[in-house]
Design a protein around this ligand. Structure first.
Ligand code: NAP
Length: 269
């Protein structure tokens, strides 16, 4: 029941019609016994939103496209890792002070948990926000980073910023798709059609709709280990809640939320 104590959290972005964040956060709050609602605000003016967040005491804001960069200059402080990546996907309001974080970093780390990155040849496809975040994770784990992107200038920029290379990577150990290729409704597209995947490779797709993209299906059929963007999406949302509540979410609840999210994704896409 909504009372005068109920807290307000939100996601901001445009468009938000297909956002799964409200459903996922609401389910998490219910399981955790948190008295809060989570609403979607489709808006363009991040300066105005930052003021509104303070005025309305919005505790947690999930920030999505296209606001991950533009929100930054309206915050009181920004976490060092978010600064390195150059994007904020989470704003926590502590007594009127807004702090920006990037829990996509944690999302990628969790999705890749158990995959050795150190010294491995890691090919990242794309050079947008997700690719920069992947590059940061790879670089901080001492992986050997290769970036491939349609716009080669942007690829060189990421390679420079994260000690990577734009040279061709013939035999990658790990492939990460950080482009939207394969995303609903173009589910038959792949960034690497006819690629000779092997059972020694790991393939991680940042795309989470559908849960298993064409890229992941092709890689799985040829024996590669595959990781869905749904794992990243869940982990970044859980990290947001943990930052806001300053406490850890029990493993059992994480598992329930993982099943909830995958069910939602299968129903929608
Ligand atoms: P972005 O900033 O717009 O970057 C997209 C990148 O993909 C750009 O480098 C772009 O190349 C490339 N690209 C787009 N369409 C292409 C095409 N048809 N052929 C070749 N390259 C293409 O987007 P983003 O925020 O990085 O997101 C990328 C993907 O990751 C999206 O599908 C998004 O949903 C997903 N994502 C998932 C999560 C999660 O939690 N699982 C979180 C964030 C993002 P150019 O530079 O040449 O334009």
């Amino acid at each position: 029941m909504i009372t005068s104590h109920t807290k307000l959290n939100a996601v901001i972005g445009a468009p938000l019609t297909h956002s799964l964040s409200p459903a996922l956060h609401s389910c998490a709050y219910e399981l955790l016994g948190i008295d809060a609602v989570f609403l979607a605000f489709e808006l363009r003016d991040t300066a105005l939103y930052a003021r509104a967040a303070k005025m309305l005491s919005i505790g947690l804001t999930s920030v999505t496209m296209p606001h991950k960069q533009s929100i930054m200059r309206f915050l009181d402080s920004i976490d060092e890792d978010a600064k390195k990546v150059g994007a904020v996907n989470t704003v926590i309001n502590r007594d009127g002070t807004l702090t920006g974080y990037n829990t996509d970093i944690e999302g990628i780390r969790c999705a890749l948990e158990g995959v050795e990155l150190r010294g491995k040849r890691i090919l990242v496809l794309g050079a947008g926000g997700a690719a920069r975040t992947c590059a940061h994770v790879v670089a901080s784990a001492n992986g050997s980073l290769f970036i491939r992107n349609r716009d080669t200038k942007k690829a060189r920029q990421i390679a420079n910023d994260f000690n990577g290379s734009t040279a061709p990577c013939e035999f990658p150990d790990i492939i990460i798709n950080a482009t939207p290729i394969g995303m609903h409704p173009d589910t038959n597209a792949s960034p690497l059609p006819d690629f000779p995947f092997t059972n020694e490779m790991t393939v991680f797709d940042c795309v989470y709709n559908p849960v298993e993209t064409r890229l992941l299906r092709d890689a799985r059929v040829l024996g590669a280990r595959t990781i869905s963007g749904a794992d990243m999406f869940l982990a970044q949302a859980l990290a947001q809640i943990e930052l806001w509540t300053a406490s850890c979410i029990p493993k059992k609840i994480k598992q329930t939320l993982s099943m909830f999210l995958k069910r939602q994704l299968h129903q929608k896409f």
